[in-house]
Design a protein around this ligand. Structure first.
Ligand code: ADP
Length: 155
């Protein structure tokens, strides 16, 4: 049986911290679906289409990675992708406390899915989409924080 994992997130925008998690998870799984969980009630900095394009561009040469978007419960999306695992990155104990609760729910919900946590690499643990958005808003240079393949298309 193929080991398929979903890496869900807002990716608004994707950072080198996210990319590092995907690259380090690749040897563990046969397929990784990087999936934008879209909440229609939430306002995003980049529209969904742009975030999808950035992800598709970034992973276009990585056969094991596919890109998708979904609304609704992550476990339902996992089921539709036949994924047995959810990948989440942990930057801090605050991330852990929040993620632990979600992971327990995702395990207990009907069709429950196991969450695999990966600690962020120390050099990336301060990087967040929130800070990247803030820098973009004020015209700063985000190139140290986003994958180089997309740095020019993001501004
Ligand atoms: P969400 O809104 O679901 O938290 P994000 O796009 O902010 O979406 O994050 C997606 C996942 O990537 C989360 O598990 C988050 O903890 C992880 N992540 C974000 N930034 C980093 C980073 N710098 N290092 C490791 N993991 C990260």
């Amino acid at each position: 049986m193929k080991r398929i994992a979903v890496f869900p997130g807002s990716f608004d925008p994707i950072t080198i911290g996210h990319l590092d998690i995907v690259n380090r998870a690749l040897p563990l799984f046969d397929e990784i679906v990087v999936a934008i969980g879209n909440n229609s009630a939430k306002k995003y900095f980049f529209p969904l289409d742009k975030r999808l394009d950035l992800l598709k561009n970034l992973f276009k040469n990585e056969e094991k990675v596919s890109i998708n978007a979904y609304e609704g419960l992550t476990v339902d999306f996992c089921k539709s992708e036949e994924a047995q695992f959810i990948i989440r990155g942990l930057r801090s104990s605050t991330d852990f406390e929040y993620e632990k609760t979600i992971a327990l729910f995702n395990k207990e919900l009907k069709g429950g899915v196991e969450t695999i946590f990966m600690a962020s690499s120390p050099k990336y643990s301060h990087i967040s989409s929130t800070v990247v958005r803030e820098i973009l808003k004020y015209g700063g240079d985000v190139s140290p924080f986003v994958p180089k393949e997309i740095a020019t298309t993001i501004v």
